[in-house]
Every structure is written in C-alpha cells, then in structure tokens.
Design a protein around this ligand. Structure first.
Ligand SMILES: [Fe+2]
Ligand SMILES: [Fe+2]
Length: 486
C-alpha cells in the first residue's frame, strides 16, 4: 500500500523528509504524546463514568495531537504488538517517564482484545468522549466498533489484534514484563524512603525489603534482563534509578560470590540505600549542571555520614544489620581509603562496602548526570575502572565484576566486521567467551536502522561469523537504548 500524502503538508518537503530521522523523531514525539493522552482519557473516563465535563480537556488535547499527526500521516493509527506500541509502522520509543502510560494502554488494549485504534481526519472532541465512555463499558473490539457506528462515531475505528503477527516467546515476554514491573516498583519504594527522609518523617523498610526480594528472585532467574534495565536513565528521577541500578549491579556481584538468598537481600538493601544521605542535600545542588563550589563539594562529601544518621532513624532498625549502615558509610572511601570521608584511624572496608563502591562508580560513570560528567560508554567505564584496580577498587572484586559484565557490558554499542552495528544485551559467564557477547543488531551493513536479530557471537554455528572491530558511544551517536531494554 502506498503511503498516504500528508494533509496540508508541502509535498516536496514531505518527500525530502520521508523516511528521514526528522520525520521519525517528530512522529515518535507525537506518538508518545498520543499514548499519554489516550492513557489520561481512559483513566479520566474510568473515574468520571457519568459526566462529560472532566473529559472535555483530555479529548480536545487528543484531537489536537491527532491533527498534528495528520500533518505527517493519513491516519493516526495506534496499535500494539507484543510489548510495543506503534504509530502506523513506527515503533514508539518508550522512555522511563512514559512507562506507566505505555504499559497501561497496552494492558487496556489486551484486556479488551483490541489490536488498534485509528483516529481519522476530522475526528471531533465529542466523538473522542463517546469513544472513551464506550471503551469503559464494552469488552471486545467487535462490540466497541458496533457501538461506535451505532452512535454515529465515524472518525474512530477499532480493529481486533491481527493473529498473523509474529509474537515473541510468551515465557520470555512475561519474564521481561515481571522484571520491568519489579524495577519500577523498586524505584517507587526508594523514592518514598528518600522523600520521607527529606521531610524528616518516620519511614519503614518493609516495602523496600519486599521489592529487593523481588529483584533477588529475578536476578536468580534472569540476570540478563535485569542488567539490561540498568542501562536506562531517567533524567527526572536520576537519584532513584541510580540507587536501583547500584542495587542490581551489587546483586549481580553477590550472586557471583555465591551469596545465599538472605545474604543477597541484605546486600540489596544496603545498595538501595547507599545514597540515602543525598536526600538531605538540596536538589538544585545535586542537579547542578555547572561545577560545584567548594562549599557544595563539602555538602556532597557529607552524604555518607548523613546517610548513617538517616539509616539509623529508619523504622525496623532492629532488622537492619549494622553492615548495611556501615556499607553506606564506606561507599566513597575507596579500597585504599583515598576517598571520603577521611578516617582518623585506617580500617579495612567491609565486603558490602567494597561491592557497593564498585557498583556505584560503574553506574555513576555511565550515567549522564553525576557531578557534571559526560557519560562514558559501558566498556570504556569498565576499562577506566580496571586501571584503578588495587587502588580505588578491590582487585579480586574487580575481576568478579568483569566476569559478570563481560568485556563489552550490557548496553555497549559495537561495530562488527560485517559493517553492522549491534547493542550488547548479554554476556557469557565463562572467561574464554567474555569478548564475544550476545547482541541485538540495530543497523545493517548499509547503515540503515533495523529491528534486527539477536545473535550470539560465541555461537560456533553463527553465519556469517562476525567479529567486533570497535565500540561506539550511544549518546554521541544519538542511539536511544531505552527501546532495546524497555
Ligand atoms: Fe554516594
Ligand atoms: Fe551513589
């Protein structure tokens, strides 16, 4: 089918932009907005079953977005396949901020066995309101379409899911969905604790313990998916996602060390709360985009001590072992005690402290918003850390960490000798295969973006054989990792 001409758009300009990055970026932005607005519309309709007044604004906004999409496309066609939402043929890139809206819209589609919704040219806010009400009262795509037609709604079309679509292995989809849910629940739990600490309110650790237990279970079942989630970055919630990432990375090390489940839980809690002292540092200091003043550095350097005080105030203290509090205090000390806070009497760091320090540095180096650093590609961060093995980091733990992440950690962009580009999604535990990770192909030999196959470079039957020739930086290549891991 040929592509419909854009409404009121300059055909020449459209042709020039067709298939281009600009078009996709615009459609992606509009598509994400459409998903968000559908989410708000259905949520509002759910709360205000009877009245229309509350739906007026969401429906008007949605119609505006549809009109903007129609500048580029003949129809605003939103549909889902597996875990993804598409605007026409464009797979929408989900980000951390939009995650809840995306998953709830997909759930809503699935529950009603709806494959797609098409908003056509000239759709009115009144039709959108009608659609939202009917959505709440019907259970399948067929009935919904019939009711829409019966009520004279002509510019919204509903279709059932197409059965011929290729589906991802159901078990893998479920496991991935569970991992994502656990990840986001942990972010919420850590955010609650830190917000309460900030407001000097009493807060318990029960919920955090539960979510960490979920991460431990997940880690034991599907480490690869969980490590993939640590590559996600939320700009709005950096501190929280950092805490969850450090928790996951520390658990991966603990698992390699043969820790038992209960021991892993303690390590996970210690890692999750390692930066709790930052709750008392003003956000405008933490999020500063320019260099810190000496006073601000002093404030930052106090967070391990502030953290100890906060941890001791948490409810359920009797259940929190001393090693959790000590690990928080130690996480910036460095293996050779060259870090902060300065100690009057030298002492050996605890194992928890040394593990969390490694996980913390790795996540901070690969993130974009810590202490004004430019994010490092995962393999470069690991190589830099290796240079400080024995000084800043425990050399034995460093080896364990490299074993765990591979030479090309999850999230590394690699160029292959075939001219293709891939993103690392998994590593092999055995040292002889560390340099041959599991990849997802993201560009073909001609440089075209593809939603390519997953290939295992260590697989002897792989054809053609492929070799990594270099690594690239996702940020400078404007490659958004979210779409591969979320
Ligand atoms: Fe810290
Ligand atoms: Fe940290």
């Amino acid at each position: 089918m040929s592509e419909p001409a854009p409404r009121e758009a300059n055909p020449k300009l459209f042709e020039a932009l067709k298939g281009s990055r600009i078009r996709d970026e615009n459609l992606n932005r509009l598509g994400k907005r459409l998903v968000y607005q559908v989410h708000i519309l259905l949520k509002t309709a759910h709360i205000h079953l009877a009245g229309n007044a509350a739906l007026a604004q969401p429906s008007e906004r949605l119609v505006k977005t549809v009109e903007e999409i129609l500048e580029w496309r003949g129809a605003a066609h939103l549909h889902h396949e597996g875990d993804h939402l598409y605007l026409d043929d464009l797979r929408l890139k989900m980000d951390l901020e939009g995650y809840i809206g995306f998953t709830e819209v997909i759930d809503n589609f699935r529950r009603r066995e709806i494959g797609s919704v098409r908003f056509l040219d000239d759709v009115s806010p009144q039709e959108v309101i009608e659609f939202a009400h009917l959505w709440m009262t019907t259970s399948t795509a067929g009935t919904l379409q019939e009711l829409l037609s019966a009520r004279g709604v002509q510019h919204i079309a509903i279709e059932p899911p197409s059965s011929h679509l290729p589906s991802t292995h159901p078990e893998r989809v479920t496991q991935k969905a569970v991992a994502k849910r656990t990840y986001f629940r942990t972010i919420t739990a850590v955010a609650e604790v830190m917000e309460s600490v900030k407001l000097k309110q009493a807060v318990g650790v029960k919920k955090s313990k539960r979510v960490v237990q979920g991460l431990v279970d997940m880690m034991l079942q599907d480490e690869m998916t969980l490590l993939g989630l640590t590559t996600l970055r939320s700009h709005d919630e950096y501190t929280y996602s950092h805490c969850v990432n450090v928790c996951i990375l520390a658990l991966a090390i603990g698992q390699r060390l043969g820790y038992e489940r209960s021991h892993l839980s303690d390590l996970g809690i210690a890692a999750l709360f390692h930066d709790v002292g930052k709750a008392e540092i003003p956000l405008d200091v933490l999020n500063k985009s320019t260099d810190f003043t000496p006073e601000e550095w002093d404030m930052i350097r106090r967070h391990p001590i502030l953290g100890v005080k906060s941890l001791l105030r948490l409810k359920g203290l009797d259940e929190i072992s001393t090693k959790i509090v000590i690990a928080g205090f130690e996480h910036h000390l460095n293996y050779d005690l060259s870090g902060y806070p300065r100690l009057a009497t030298p002492r050996k760091l605890t194992l928890f402290g040394r593990i969390i320090s490694l996980a913390d540095c790795y996540d901070a180096m690969t993130a974009s918003r810590v202490y004004n650093r430019i994010p490092l590609a995962p393999d470069k961060a690991l190589r830099l850390m290796l240079k400080k093995s024995g000084t800043a980091y425990d050399p034995l733990l460093m080896k364990v960490f490299v074993n765990c992440m591979g030479l090309y950690p999850v999230g590394t962009i690699v160029a292959l000798d075939t001219g293709e580009l891939g993103v690392v999604i998994g590593a092999h535990p055995s040292p002889d295969r560390r340099g041959r990770p599991i990849l997802k192909l993201i560009r073909d030999a001609s440089g075209r973006e593809v939603d390519g196959d997953t290939i295992d470079l260590a697989d002897p039957t792989l054809s053609p054989t492929r070799r990594i020739v270099s690594t690239a930086d996702a940020a400078s290549m404007q490659i958004d990792l979210t779409r591969f891991f979320l």
